[in-house]
Design a protein around this ligand. Structure first.
Ligand code: ADP
Ligand code: MG
Length: 639
């Protein structure tokens, strides 16, 4: 809590970007700088004895290639010899310091280069994060949990601690990045989750810009009350030079050929740099759309456009993803002693959850391939750039006792549902339901020819969406046009033992599907849950009536439309008195609906219900004639 003297922050000290986060009773959140930015590029420039850190240093990197230090994490705690393979990727000079430790050689006009240790460079980044946290929390921050890759050895971990100390931060614990990612999702923290996962493993798949690693974790009972369980890293695999950047480089070739330039040697250095950045932008765009239009300014003047499709990108990316899949198989075999295929065929699930980390896991191809491999929907609800920092904050809160009152329950504290036409919420899972739990419900369209359905997920006890908390929305798209009410969208809510909610929708006729994943408890405190419960009691009566009226309006409108349509088709085939009584019933219902739509309070729900029933009764003959009519219509003509 904000004024406890013992606040501990969580820090993801990344190769490319770093972040600082905090966890309180609301759950974990990343802290922003004064400009509202959370990501601090892990880039430092040395200039006349001062340092420029983060975004500015990154933006100006091309201007100062020899004094701008990036990816220094690759040098932490390593000898020059060990770091040899990484040097080709660095734009600055690295030399051997004492005991062959890697040192950055900073050029100085007319003097010997200044040797800077990787710890000092990392300390500059940590100092910046400490400033951000201190400003955001309004108090001095001096303690932190810092994450490192699972494969970091003692020397690399020690170097990370030293970097903290140089920045004025007491590093209270070093946590493996995959462990942090699992903690961010609350894996192992709830009692149900801990019970559930004692026997099974968690896989963390981290695909960034330049590195890939996969870890298999196992929850192990701890020794004392404060930490009943902890994660053990059972195996890791990966490639420290595999990531989104590789895909960008191959995409550059595609763009070049699209421009009609056959030979890579014909590209100028500046053109190649520009194409690389356009390739990355196109790749990112293709995570959300099927095609990307890339406009390229030509050096000889003019502009050309190259269109790249997602299918083309996936063909390029496939070999890289194949390699990550092989690593996953290797890590699982190492950790669990059996091939994944054999484990998947077993009677009990051997893998409980798969967590995705790193910007490149936003690619649909990655999500698909990982889901196929493990036969599980991977965890994607938390931003893959932030999940490690969030988890570091969760670990910090556990150590510092900041997370007291966090919602780590075996039951769903608040109901979950979907907004329906008219703004009411159809509850799909009621509060106080035990996890894990699965529930489904059918939804349809309200307008003829609708080709997409928006599904908005709400949490709360009130009946109207406006009085609940919105968790997210998604669209079921590409439906063939059908009359209102005909499409059948089956919406499934699935909450697993960790409290992660997967909402998926399938339209039966077209087979179209879409889904959304969220962690409903994040951002919510026990106090708020109690308040929401109290308020729902106060409004219960009024809310029920309103929900009923809203549903009657929606159903009544569909009835009016159906009867109106049928009436149109059977023109002249109905006796005059039947027709007149149907029209009267329609007018009555329509008037009540119009009134209720302007103010639901002026209409009595029972009156509305009666008017709807009256129309149903009066229109029976219409439907009979209409059905006979349509049967006649479908018969084959006599020859
Ligand atoms: P690192 O762990 O190496 O610091 P990150 O986890 O920040 O890297 O991931 C950076 C990589 O993610 C880059 O290659 C970037 O192009 C890629 N990336 C970011 N957003 C997307 C996206 N929406 N779709 C595909 N790739 C993305
Ligand atoms: Mg990363």
């Amino acid at each position: 809590m904000a004024d406890s003297p013992d606040i501990i922050v969580g820090i993801d000290l990344g190769t490319t970007n770093s972040l600082v986060a905090i966890c309180d009773e609301r759950g974990p959140r990343v802290l922003n700088d004064a400009d509202g930015q959370a990501l601090v590029p892990s880039v430092v420039r040395y200039e006349d004895g001062r340092t420029i850190v983060g975004r500015v240093a990154k933006e100006q990197a091309a201007e100062f290639p020899t004094t701008t230090i990036s990816s220094v994490k690759r040098l932490m705690g390593r000898s020059l010899k060990d770091a040899q393979n990484d040097l080709a990727y660095l734009s600055y000079r690295v030399v051997a310091g004492e005991r062959d430790t890697a040192r950055v050689a900073m050029p100085r006009a007319g003097r010997e280069p200044l040797l800077i240790s990787p710890e000092e460079v990392s300390a500059a980044v940590l100092r910046r994060l400490k400033e951000i946290a201190t400003a955001a929390l309004g108090r001095e921050v001096t303690r932190a949990v810092v994450t490192v890759p699972a494969y970091f050895d003692d020397a690399q971990r020690q170097a990370t601690r030293i970097a903290g100390r140089l920045a004025g931060l007491d590093v209270v614990r070093i946590v493996p990045e995959p462990t942090a990612a699992a903690l961010a999702y609350g894996i192992g923290l709830g009692r149900a989750a801990a019970r559930n996962q004692k026997e099974s493993a968690v896989v963390v798949y981290d695909l960034g810009g330049g590195t890939f690693d996969v870890s298999v974790l196992k929850l192990t009972p701890g020794s004392d009350e404060s930490e009943p369980f902890f994660f053990q890293v059972m195996a890791t695999s990966g490639d420290t030079h595999l990531g989104g950047d590789d895909i960008d480089h191959v995409l550059v070739g595609l763009l070049r050929r699209g421009l009609g330039i056959e030979d890579d040697a014909e590209l100028s250095a500046s053109m190649r740099r520009r194409l690389l950045s356009l390739a990355e932008q196109a790749k990112i765009e293709l995570s959300d759309s099927d095609t990307a239009r890339v406009r390229i300014e030509m050096e000889q003047g003019g502009e050309k456009e190259v269109v790249i499709t997602r299918a083309e990108l996936e063909t390029i990316a496939a070999p890289f993803i194949d390699q990550t899949i092989r690593s996953c198989e290797a890590a699982v075999r190492d950790a669990l002693g059996k091939p994944l295929a054999e484990l998947r065929a077993g009677p009990v699930p051997a893998i409980d959850a798969v967590v995705l980390v790193g910007g490149s896991t936003r690619m649909p191809l990655v999500r698909r391939r990982v889901a196929e491999l493990f036969g599980l929907e991977p965890y994607i609800a938390l931003d893959p750039d932030r999940v490690v920092a969030l988890g570091a904050a969760v670990q910090a809160a556990v150590l510092g006792g900041q997370a007291k009152g966090t919602l780590l329950l075996d039951v769903i504290p608040l109901s979950l549902g979907i907004e329906t036409v008219g703004g009411a919420v159809a509850k799909i899972i009621a509060r106080n339901t035990m996890v894990p739990i699965k529930a489904t419900e059918m939804f349809s369209t309200s307008v003829d020819g609708q080709t997409s359905i928006r599904l908005t997920v709400f949490q709360g006890e009130r009946e109207m969406a406006a009085d609940c908390r919105k968790l997210g929305e998604f669209h079921l798209r590409g439906l063939p046009p059908m009359p209102a009410g005909v499409p059948q969208a089956e919406v499934q809510f699935l909450i697993d033992a960790n409290g992660v909610l997967n909402v998926s929708a399938v339209e039966r006729r077209s087979g179209k599907r879409a889904s959304l994943q969220v962690v409903p408890n994040h951002g919510l405190t026990q106090e708020e849950v109690d308040r929401i419960e109290r308020e729902s009691l106060v409004h219960a009566r009024e809310d029920m009536t309103r929900h009923r009226i809203v549903d009657l309006i929606a159903n009544g409108k569909l009835d009016l439309k159906w009867v109106g349509d049928a009436l149109g088709r059977v023109q002249g085939e109905l006796p005059g008195d039947v027709r007149a009584s149907v029209e009267t019933a329609m007018t009555n219902l329509r008037e009540l609906i119009t009134a209720a739509e302007s103010d639901w309070r002026v209409v009595d729900a029972t009156a509305l219900h009666r008017a709807k029933e009256a129309l149903d009764r009066a229109s029976v003959p219409v439907h009979e004639v209409a059905i006979a009519h349509s049967l006649r219509g479908t018969q084959a003509p006599r020859q």
